[in-house]
Design a protein around this ligand. Structure first.
Ligand code: 5GP
Ligand code: MG
Length: 178
């Protein structure tokens, strides 16, 4: 299955299997614990929605939004929080859910920011990881797929705010962005 804009990397069935695997690990690790799941808007929404409903632990849900400035070629690494938590995480286990960990600038900023609020723990769960692009020493605790330096869209992930609605995850064809 390919279409005009992207070459399929994971179809719906493959995504479901990846999400199941992550949820299973989280259920095991946080058994008998109380968890605050923090979704990073907007890219994580599909992954979060599917993963969250597979959780069998006692959990609440909150959101944050952040933007990092600088062109994609020369990332400044400067991150701004656009939407903060609406609940108190002090003394609680926090699991940050992200679509993709790339340079690490966004998540390392968010992780440091959350730690100042004195949670019991902060762990990172990401659907995709591109470790070859990392600029900050941060690694995910839960990862769906590790991928090379490709630009992917669909299932929440965008290119200029488009393609989030694709039910699969695809590698954007170069002719779309060049
Ligand atoms: P970082 O701060 O780790 O460089 O940036 C992570 C953010 O960049 C992700 O949350 C995502 O919004 C965006 N990003 C990085 N790689 C990709 C990609 O391959 N596709 C899409 N759609 N967004 C990406
Ligand atoms: Mg994102």
């Amino acid at each position: 299955m390919n279409n005009d804009i992207a070459k399929v990397l994971l179809d719906e069935t493959q995504i479901a299997a990846v999400v199941d695997g992550i949820a299973e690990k989280i259920n095991k690790d946080y058994k008998n614990e109380e968890l605050v799941v923090v979704g990073i808007l907007k890219g994580s929404i599909m992954f979060l929605a599917d993963m969250f409903r597979r959780l069998e632990v006692s959990c609440s849900l909150d959101f944050m939004a952040a933007s990092s400035y600088g062109s994609s070629a020369v990332s400044s690494g400067k991150v701004t929080i656009e939407k903060d938590l609406s609940s108190d995480i002090k003394g609680k286990h926090v699991l940050v859910v992200e679509d993709i960990l790339d340079t690490g600038n966004t998540l390392s900023y968010i992780k440091d920011y959350l730690k100042e609020k004195e949670p019991l723990s902060v762990k990172i769960c990401t659907l995709f990881d591109k470790p070859s692009r990392r600029q900050k020493p941060i690694n995910p605790d839960y990862v769906g797929r590790t991928i090379p330096d490709l630009f992917i869209v669909g299932y929440g992930l965008d290119y200029n705010e488009k393609y989030r609605n694709l039910s699969y995850i695809g590698v954007l064809k170069p002719e779309i962005y060049s």
